[in-house]
Ligand binder design. Sequence first.
Ligand SMILES: NCCCNCCCCCC(O)(O)C(F)(F)F
Ligand SMILES: [Zn+2]
Length: 343
Amino acid sequence: MLTLYSDSHRLQHGRSELIDGTLKPCFETPSRADMVLAAVRERDLGDVIHPRRHGLAPILRVHDEGYVRFLETAWQRWTALGRDCDALPKMWQIRRLRETVPEQVEGQLCYYSMDCGTPITAGTWQAATAAADAALTGAERLIGGERAVFALTRPPGHHAASDYCGGYCFFNNAAIAAQALRDHGMRRVAVLDVDYHHGNGTQDIFYRRSDVLFLSIHGDPRTEYPFFLGHADEKGEDEGLGYNFNFPLAAGSCVSTWFFALDCALEQIARFGADALVVSLGVDTFRGDPISRFQLETPDFTTLGARLAGLKLPTLFCLEGGYAVGPIGDNVANVLCGFEARA
Ligand SMILES: NCCCNCCCCCC(O)(O)C(F)(F)F
Ligand SMILES: [Zn+2]
């Protein structure tokens, strides 16, 4: 299996995020990608290549132009205020406040952010565009006939909606890839999100569409981040009604419960008649994950890969979360090797 990887991910390295009332070092660190890359190489999964540059057009097929321009200029405008700390919002446009876009960068940072855990830094733009290029190059390879490709995307993407960043995400790599697959002839694309956290951004992007099926297995938003999307009754709207499936599971759910939800999701993908599958591959479902509460063990990720191969679809894996840095390489590589063994 081919891996797309850019060293530019290293340019995204926030200093801190607000967790449980205090600023703590970011969990989403460059070392995560280093460990995954090392495991991919150690397991001899296949070639590792640098993504092709795709420019902004395919990103703008998913993301709002005002948001993209904000991301492109935020750091320069932030430092022009005399600041050199990470750019983090200090409030949100909450219920019944005006939904107008502020002119100044500080207000726009609040308008275009979902949380205060997603610092914009000097290298964010370059890192985020490189991650999108990895996903797009992966989609391009599927269009060209590859059966399966791994985009080692960092920063992750599934919390980013068309016009906001959050949850360590800036560009929705999986959604950008799914749209590119649609733009290059795949009639029906399924996006399966197996990260511990609900892919609110991906759901939001495709919620009113029937050409992209979105499914997510995640910690129940009644207690788990991102709290405000991901309930089972969210089934799509308008054209998209019936093309959105959420499988919220109680924190602490056992492995068999998780795999039962996976089998339900795979059944829906088969019924949809997908031409391609994009997997938002987060491995924070791991029992040892520091910020998540599922119970998968490292061998379970091999089982996950094998189950996904059973769909017999051209498949693009986009890396999302996973914060147990020691085991992350094995957990991700197990999915990919489990897939290959059954493909
Ligand atoms: N007490 C827990 C605080 C949680 N704070 C934010 C969690 C963000 C999760 C990000 C992710 O893992 O979903 C992604 F895949 F996007 F990286
Ligand atoms: Zn996650």
